[in-house]
Design a protein around this ligand. Structure first.
Ligand SMILES: Cc1cc2nc3c(=O)[nH]c(=O)nc-3n(C[C@H](O)[C@H](O)[C@H](O)COP(=O)(O)OP(=O)(O)OC[C@H]3O[C@@H](n4cnc5c(N)ncnc54)[C@H](O)[C@@H]3O)c2cc1C
Length: 475
């Protein structure tokens, strides 16, 4: 989320208003401890000769026997043929769920990286599966090509993004795995398969969003589009106005999303539309300062909700905050310098805005919430485990600072998403198991069957996946 640099300063100025509040009460609010008691950002201590791994946010940790770094498809095949150990492929570790950790072998695919080939007639580009999104986007830009869309950040690997159905926003824009035209995968037995809708339609539909449970993907062939430029406008507006117009705004703009700032009644809307004229270039991200300001507002006034809202509304500016244009890949993804944990549910679009109203009124009642919520729109596709395969979705993401509790995501918010037909993001925290997932996904059982066929000994399982698939797991 991007708001102007002035924002944090102005929220700080709001603190002056606090002078009117009795000093004792003010100190009591401002010195509350919001930290999670079990919070530790450290890597775990591995036994001698073993390795240590932690995900981006620090909630997932492992001490694998080894972290292997194969530099070719042959090396991946050799590794799988040469061990009976459990194996988990890993991307850049940006998932919040336990998909990656293993006490066996973790396979870092970052050396399987870069553009392998490009066909100028079809626009099909083949990349190593460990290529980071930004690297692929830059290489495509040099060829005059682009991805139709990108997520909030672009440091994830292609394999990691596709495996969890990572998405951006746009009524007519599908999640990233929908760009996949084919992939090469090394199976549990060390065989290499070349998969496309022509060679094996079922495996293709299952393998695009695979949770890394079917094998280790080494290459993806992707459908790209001609490079394009975008015009971005960021505005601060009352949330009620945004909710009333959300559907129309989503249909009107190529990319539309918004962030709700808890406890303030204010939303930041972000639109991107195709742009042909001269370009201003992107502005540097100021998310960290904005978040500091929102945290300060929560710390000082969270226990006095009406005052928090009033200060926010008088201190935060409204209207256009940013108006820039640049190449698509430079604008669609930014950075997230301040770490958080996240739950995101994808709601059938027809239930989306109503669910969102409930979620917003709940988050406004939580005095401790301050991290902005993110709301996006995603078009349908047909991968078996794509959360978007039943129709268009509205996605609602809630965040908590990395060192603060998030248990209320499960107790308060998840039941609302569930009651409204929501499906969780595979890479973000949720509590669903096989019973719920079989109800939610027509092809869940089919996926489980194919997984068993591909990996009868469960070599790609870890405790988290075993639970998700209803399988037993002995170390
Ligand atoms: C700051 C931040 C911002 C984010 N923004 C967005 C967003 O805008 N939209 C969105 O949808 N999500 C978003 N996410 C979630 C993120 O995109 C996903 O969790 C994604 O899976 C992370 O990719 P990764 O490369 O880190 O993969 P990892 O998290 O390392 O792995 C993810 C999955 O991919 C599998 N995998 C990795 N490599 C292979 C391989 N070679 N073969 C087979 N399987 C493999 C792993 O086993 C695992 O199951 C965000 C996460 C963070 C931390």
């Amino acid at each position: 989320m991007r708001l102007s640099r002035r924002r944090a300063i102005q929220i700080g100025a709001g603190a002056v208003i606090a002078a009117a509040i009795p000093v004792g009460q003010h100190i009591a609010w401002g010195t509350r401890d919001y930290r999670r008691s079990d919070y530790s950002p450290d890597y775990p201590d591995p036994p001698a000769g073993e390795d240590s791994w932690v995900n981006w946010s620090g909630i997932e940790k492992a001490t694998p026997r080894s972290i292997d770094l194969p530099d070719s498809e042959d090396a991946v095949a050799e590794l799988l043929r040469g061990t009976r150990s459990r194996v988990r492929p890993m991307g850049s570790g940006h998932s919040f769920t336990g998909l990656v950790p293993s006490e066996g072998i973790m396979v870092d695919v970052s050396k399987l990286s870069g553009l392998v080939s490009y066909d100028g007639t079809t626009g099909l580009a083949t990349f190593g599966a460990g290529t980071r999104l930004f690297q692929a986007a830059m290489e495509l830009a040099e060829l005059g090509r682009a991805f139709p869309n990108l997520p909030d950040i672009d440091v994830q690997t292609l394999a990691g993004s596709f495996a969890t159905a990572t998405h951006g926003t746009g009524t007519n824009l599908t999640a990233l795995h929908d760009y996949v035209a084919g992939f090469r995968i090394v199976t549990a037995s060390g065989d290499v398969l070349d998969v496309s809708s022509e060679t094996n339609a079922d495996f293709f539909a299952a393998g695009k969003v695979s949770l890394g449970a079917l094998g280790i993907v080494t290459q993806y062939t992707l459908q790209t589009v001609p490079a394009f430029n975008l015009h971005r406008v960021l505005r601060a507006e009352p949330i009620e106005d945004v909710l009333d117009r959300a559907e129309a705004l989503a249909d009107q703009h190529r990319n539309f999303e918004f962030f709700y700032l808890p406890g303030t009644g204010i939303a930041a809307t972000l639109t991107h539309d195709q742009h042909e004229g001269p370009m201003t270039g992107a502005a540097p991200s100021e998310d960290d300062e904005t978040l500091e300001g929102l945290k300060q507002l929560r710390d000082e006034f969270g226990w006095w909700p009406w005052l928090r809202r009033r200060i926010a509304q008088s201190a935060l500016p409204s209207g256009v905050l940013e108006d820039v244009s640049d190449q698509s890949w430079r604008l669609l993804s930014t950075t997230r310098p301040i770490k958080f944990n996240e739950m995101e549910y994808h709601l059938p679009r027809e239930n989306g805005v109503e669910t969102l109203r409930q979620i917003i009124s709940m988050i406004d009642r939580r005095k401790d919430a301050y991290f902005p919520m993110e709301v996006r729109f995603v078009a349908p596709d047909n991968a078996w485990l794509s959360p978007f395969n039943e129709g268009p979705c509205l996605s609602i993401a809630i965040h908590a600072a990395v060192d603060e509790p998030y248990d209320y995501f499960f107790s308060d918010f998840e039941p609302v998403h569930r009651a409204n037909g929501g499906r969780p993001h595979w890479g973000k925290i949720h509590s669903l198991g096989p019973a719920e997932l079989t109800d939610l996904y027509t092809d869940y059982d089919r996926f489980l069957e194919l997984r068993r066929e591909m990996d009868p000994d469960g070599r790609f399982l870890n405790p988290y996946l075993a639970k998700l698939f209803g399988e037993s797991f002995d170390v």
